[in-house]
Design a protein around this ligand. Sequence first.
Ligand code: GUN
Length: 291
Amino acid sequence: MTATLIDGKAFAAGLRQRIAAEVAAMRDRGITPGLAVVLVGEDPASQVYVRSKGKQTVEVGMNSYEHKLPADTAEADLLALIKRLNGDPDVNGILVQLPLPGHMDEAAVINAIDPAKDVDGFHILNVGLLATGQKSMVPCTPLGCLMMLRDHLGSLSGKRAVVVGRSNIVGKPMAQLLLRDSATVTIAHSRTQDLPALCREADILVAAVGRPHFVKGDWIKPGATVIDVGINRTEDGLVGDVDFAAAREVAGAITPVPGGVGPMTIACLLANTLTATARVNGLPDPEGLTP
Ligand code: GUN
């Protein structure tokens, strides 16, 4: 069997179209959503992401505010900028690109963002709201994965899901979202015993470990839906966390790298910015953009 490809690029394009239509309707009422992106330092990968975010923000009709600070910026100066953005009514979403330089306390910086403007969903309040099944801002990458899973599978209820990776950005919130959709969820990580056997039980397998081709074809249950969150730069170009060539012969459906989860992440950032704008203006959440 050759797996169906889950086309994240096309899905994200459709999502951006819907977002653009919602933004146009908001602008007719005198509201223009605004997203502020803060980049500290010159990490090349981060620079690429930030440029892409700014471009797509403008393309859907939102205002984009970019703040680039030198790598040796004092934490107090970054916190002062966040405070200013928190108080700026034109800014509905704030994203501080991670990783931050080593001298900064990442948690302190994230938790300085107004939770209502925390479009990354990393603030401790949003983490807690998600974990307790309450309305929150949801991290973009897991939200994008959830949208693709629901689109492909319909209901996730009762399905066995294995999330490989326990990061705060992807693994943990992904598990929360799957649980919320009534999947039976296991989080696996580097210390998990007999990881291949565990993965073989998964109807839904999410790979988010950041190691190229870590998940092998014979770890996959025939017919399973595989979501590959990895973006690894190798000599062979950009590859995922899953051995794609082998996996696609076993899986029922799989996201490619590139063109799978990646494009969905930025589309979901725009979705979250729209949701944050709606909420601060007392409007209902836009349809289908929140879990
Ligand atoms: N660095 C890598 N992924 C992310 C993300 O989703 N948000 C932010 N702020 N930084 C990142």
